[in-house]
Write a protein that binds this ligand. Structure first.
Ligand SMILES: [Zn+2]
Length: 381
C-alpha cells in the first residue's frame, strides 16, 4: 500500500493515506448521510445528515489511525523500527521494519491495536450514554453510537485468529511462546488467514448472488485481500525458515570495486564499468568512506553528451539513501531494506570499512542454495 499523500508525523511516526481511502470515505458518507442517519433519526435537513456523515467518517479514520499508531508506538518501544502508517481502502497499515525479538513483544505489538479500538468503542459508548442522559439531540447521539459500535466491530474483527489480522499475529505470538518456533507459528497463523479469507469470499458470494446483497462484494474483496496477504506471509515465513542462520557475509560479493566521488562519469564508464563484472559501485571520499552508490541504471539515465563534464557524485544516490548492512546481520532482516530501494543493492560495511555488496542475484542464489540444504529438525519449512 503506497502512500499517495503524506499527512505529517505523529509521535515520530509518518502518517500517510493511499488514494483508495476515498473508497471508505465515500461509502461511509453515502451509507450514513443517505441511509442510516435519515432512517434512524428522521426530520432533519439533508445538509445536517451530510455533516453528521462527514464528522462520523473523519472520526472513524482518526480511530483507525489511533489503532495503527498504537501498533507503531509499541513496536518502537520493542526496538522494531516503523516505516510509517498508511490508511487505505481496507483500513490502516502500520509498516514495521523487521520483527519482534521475542514472543512477548510480538504479542504486545499485535494486541495493543484491538485494545485501543475496544477502549475507543467503550469510550464513545460511554459518551453517548452520558449525552443521552443529558438529553442530547438524536442525530449527534447517532454519530456517537455509530462510532462506538464501529470501533468495537473493528476490535472484534481484528481479533479473528487469522494473519494478517491482529488476531493472527496474536495466535503467532502465542504459538511461538508455546513451542519456541517462530517460523512454524507464522506458517500456522498464515494458513489460518488463508482459510478465513476464503471463508469471507464464499460468504460474500453467497450474500451477493443468493441474497442479492450488494454488501457481499465488500466481503469478497476483504476476503480476497486477507487470503492473498496470508499466502505472501506464509511464503515469507517459509523463506525465513530456509534462510535461518544465513548471514550477510555468507552471501555478499566481497571486496567491491569502489569509485572516487569526484571521478568524471566518462572515466567511470571506461575505467570501471567496462573493466569489471560489477554493475554497482560504492562511491567513496579520499579517506575511503562511503559517499553514495552508483549503478549502471544511473549512468544510463544521464545524456551521453554530459558524461564528460559530470562527476560520479552528480549521479550517485546520496549516502543517506544507500541501504547498508553489517556482515553479521541476518540475511532475512536485510531483505526488506533491499526491497525498498530502487537500486536493489545493499552496501555491506564493517564499521566505516566497505567490505562487500549484496545484490538481488546474491540473494536469489542464497535462496536456491538454501532449498538444496537438508532440512533441519527445527524449521518447518
Ligand atoms: Zn491492528
Amino acid at each position: 500500500m503506497n502512500e499517495t499523500l503524506r499527512l505529517g508525523t505523529v509521535a515520530g511516526v509518518r502518517i500517510g493515506v493511499n488514494w483508495s481511502v476515498l473508497v471508505i470515505v465515500a461509502l461511509l458518507l453515502v451509507g450514513l448521510s443517505a441511509g442510516r442517519f435519515p432512517l434512524l433519526y428522521p426530520g432533519h435537513a439533508p445538509w445536517l445528515y451530510a455533516m453528521a456523515g462527514a464528522v462520523a467518517a473523519v472520526a472513524f479514520l482518526l480511530s483507525l489511525l489511533a489503532h495503527e499508531l498504537a501498533h507503531a508506538v509499541v513496536a518502537r518501544q520493542h526496538g522494531v523500527e516503523v516505516e510509517g502508517i498508511t490508511l487505505w481502502m481496507f483500513g490502516g497499515v502500520a509498516k514495521l521494519e523487521g520483527e519482534a525479538r521475542d514472543a512477548s513483544a510480538d504479542l504486545q505489538i499485535a494486541g495493543v491495536g484491538p485494545l485501543v479500538s475496544l477502549v475507543l468503542g467503550v469510550g464513545f459508548g460511554a459518551i453517548s450514554a452520558l449525552a443521552a442522559w443529558a438529553g442530547l439531540d438524536g442525530l449527534a447521539l447517532g454519530v456517537l453510537t455509530w462510532l462506538s459500535v464501529v470501533n468495537i466491530v473493528l476490535a472484534v474483527f481484528n481479533l479473528v485468529p487469522a494473519a494478517p489480522l491482529d488476531g493472527g499475529r496474536i495466535l503467532r505470538a502465542l504459538l511461538w511462546r508455546a513451542h519456541g518456533d517462530r517460523v512454524r507459528a507464522a506458517v500456522t497463523a498464515a494458513r489460518a488467514g488463508r482459510r478465513f479469507g476464503f471463508l469471507l469470499v464464499s460468504l460474500g458470494l453467497v450474500l451477493a448472488v443468493f441474497a442479492g446483497q450488494v454488501g457481499g462484494i465488500w466481503f469478497v474483496l476483504i476476503g480476497w485481500f486477507i487470503s492473498s496477504a496470508a499466502t505472501a506471509e506464509e511464503q515469507h515465513a517459509r523463506l525465513q525458515g530456509r534462510l535461518d542462520g544465513v548471514l550477510v557475509s555468507d552471501v555478499m560479493s566481497p571486496a567491491p570495486v569502489t569509485v572516487p566521488a569526484d571521478l568524471p562519469v566518462i572515466r567511470l564508464l571506461e575505467d570501471y564499468v567496462l573493466r569489471s563484472r560489477f554493475s554497482a559501485f560504492p562511491v567513496v571520499d579520499t579517506a575511503g568512506r562511503l559517499q553514495g552508490l552508483v549503478t549502471l541504471n544511473r549512468i544510463k539515465q544521464m545524456p551521453p553528451q554530459r558524461r564528460a563534464t559530470s562527476r560520479v557524485e552528480d549521479i550517485a544516490c546520496a549516502p543517506g539513501e544507500v541501504p547498508q548492512a553489517a556482515p553479521t546481520d541476518r540475511l532475512v532482516d536485510v531483505l526488506p531494506v533491499m526491497a525498498r530501494n530502487d537500486d536493489g543493492r545493499v552496501v555491506v560495511l564493517d564499521g566505516d570499512h566497505i567490505v562487500g555488496i549484496l545484490t538481488s542475484t546474491d540473494v536469489a542464489r542464497a535462496i536456491e542454495l538454501a532449498e538444496l540444504r537438508p532440512r533441519s529438525a527445527h524449521g518447518s519449512a
